[in-house]
Write a protein of this length. Sequence first.
Length: 318
Amino acid sequence: MSEARATHWAAIGESTFAGGIWALYGVHRLAGRRVLRALLWPVVLFYACTQPRARRASLDYLRRMQAAHGAIGAEPGARHWLRHLLAFAETLLDKLLATAGRYPWQRVRVEGQEQVDALLAAGRGALLVTAHVGCLELCQALATRMPKLRLTVLVHTRHAERFNRILRRLDPDTHVELLQVTSVTAATAVELEQRVRAGGFVAIAGDRVPVDAGRTATVDFLGAPAAFPVGAYVLASLLACPLLFLGCIREGEGHVVRFETLADRLELPRVARDQALRDCAGAFARRLAALLVRSPYDWFNFFDFWAAPKRAVRGSTA
């Protein structure tokens, strides 16, 4: 087993920090995006030189995307993973702009908003299963245009409170909260149930194995078996609430936010429960792949995604 495969994504650490994020924001306010983009190149090159794991992971993903869908347009090389890392750097800026309400909303197109509007009108909450794709803060910032939308985002990172402070500083009236969890315990489930019953929306990542190496299902993703967490589907079943897919990708000079209903009420049978969980993970993986075909440089998992986890739901699906 290689070093990359032996290391859980959470153990890699985060190279971003609050000071650097504020620096991006400040340069943009003073000089605009064109100047910032030029200044980002040396930063990206430095990151690429000092983070070989991220460079290898990017190239691995891009090669799989090209082999499975031809979405890159050529055999990926250095210029492609550099473009991938630059897209990530620009997305950090977009996250701040969206949170501060400074992103030009005319550049945001929402697909499936009627599904969210219907739930809000009925006072119903929902669980959103999402991925580390695009600028999801644009989805969060939709709360400013939908006063009834209150969003809780589950994150597996020690930096949650730090980013909560950034959110509050940028928007004191934010309806978005980052909730740090290592695993979804019974107490966590009760708290989330209360939020959903009150009409809130809870977002949980469907593309990263939990820190405690919780249960996963192995399904096909970009032509090879990959482990996806099943916690979102177990939680949706426990809460007996609607389950929606949520994604965001770059489109031209703007972004597309996409909502798609996966189940109005997810029920997991006692018999063949593992198969039902694999079906859910497989459906999520297919929707994620379809979204990434439209914008392949918008997936930001810079670790060996196809590494085998320690625990998994037995079996796999194609």
